[in-house]
Every structure is written in structure tokens, then in C-alpha cells.
Write a protein that binds this ligand. Sequence first.
Ligand SMILES: [Zn+2]
Length: 55
Amino acid sequence: MMAQPKIIDYMIVHELCHLHQKNHSDAFWNEVDKVMPDYRERKSWLKKHGAGLDL
Ligand SMILES: [Zn+2]
């Protein structure tokens, strides 16, 4: 299954936020939310379909 561009965007933002937050704490998700307010939709797509990546 090919990941959609918006899913890839989410993965990039996710990784960039890990530069500041090396975990999945509330502070981490807060940072993701600031950059990408609709990240939850993309995150749940990934959870359902996967992307062959461990994020
Ligand atoms: Zn992560």
C-alpha cells in the first residue's frame, strides 16, 4: 500500500518534532499539533493501513 502525500507529510513532521522531543509525550504531540492541526486523522490512517515504517 502506497502512503498518500499527506501521510508522508505527517511522517516528516513527526520525525522533525522528534528532534526536540525524543519521546511520544504530551509535549511531543502538542508540537505536532502546532504544525499540523489535523495530524490525528493522518495518524489514524497510518495505524489502520501502516506505511512499512516504525514510527
Ligand atoms: Zn515517533
